[in-house]
Design a protein around this ligand. Structure first.
Ligand SMILES: CC(C)(COP(=O)(O)OP(=O)(O)OC[C@H]1O[C@@H](n2cnc3c(N)ncnc32)[C@H](O)[C@@H]1OP(=O)(O)O)[C@@H](O)C(=O)NCCC(=O)NCCS
Length: 187
């Protein structure tokens, strides 16, 4: 059984993120208030899938791509059961983001990170990443990978990931070529 305790404020330093001690504290002061994470609940599945669909639709995609991609992206009960999935709730308990980590070939991968479109660009993504970095470190993982949607690559660079140079084609014909990013986590 996966233990998913609420995450405490991080104490990690992330090389490449530019988060030295001073900037780290500045970032925390700017962090959105009232956010908290809970393990994703089966009863939230419909809301989670609506959020993912709306968030992914934030970008412009080639004709026909989005609908096919969302089929592959659908979060199921089994997915919630077998992976580390979190709802990010605001101070009023409203779902504002969803994220998940899967373990693939013994390596943790940030498989989902979606912020509700109304709250994009307000620090929720950074806050969620900082939480998940700390959570990963507490489980003894010192690196995390992500395969970003291309329009989100700049965000991952901002929070400390870097491009491995590895590429993976979309499973959907005509879809984008994805880059694999990674971050080294230091306790
Ligand atoms: C990508 C996403 C998760 C980022 O979360 P967010 O809450 O909007 O990002 P934040 O406000 O925490 O931004 C943190 C930093 O990244 C930068 N940033 C955010 N999104 C960016 C983007 N798409 N490209 C470049 N930089 C970006 C911000 O300007 C900010 O920079 P700063 O440190 O100089 O202030 C969110 O925008 C989102 O869900 N987008 C739509 C769906 C998506 O692409 N999800 C990711 C799939 S892999």
């Amino acid at each position: 059984m996966i233990h998913f305790s609420p995450l405490s404020w991080p104490r990690c330093r992330v090389p490449g993120a530019g988060l030295d001690e001073a900037r780290y504290h500045a970032a925390m002061e700017d962090a959105p208030t009232g956010l908290h994470m809970v393990r994703a609940r089966a009863r939230s599945l419909a809301a989670i899938n609506r959020l993912v669909a709306r968030s992914k639709a934030h970008w412009n995609w080639p004709e026909g791509y989005l609908d096919k991609a969302l089929v592959l992206q659908k979060v199921t009960r089994a997915y919630l059961r077998h992976n580390h999935c979190c709802e990010v709730l605001d101070g009023r308990g409203k779902l504002v983001a969803f994220l998940s980590v899967v373990v693939s070939d013994a390596r943790p991968v940030l498989d989902n990170l979606w912020v509700t479109p109304e709250r994009i660009g307000r620090g929720i993504g950074r806050w969620a990443c900082t939480q998940i970095f700390q959570w990963a470190l507490e489980r003894g993982w010192t690196e995390l990978r992500v395969v970003p949607d291309p329009p989100a690559e700049g965000f991952y660079l901002r929070v400390g990931f870097s491009d491995t140079g590895e590429r993976v084609p979309s499973r959907i014909p005509g879809g984008p070529l994805f880059s694999i990013y990674r971050i080294q986590l230091v306790p």
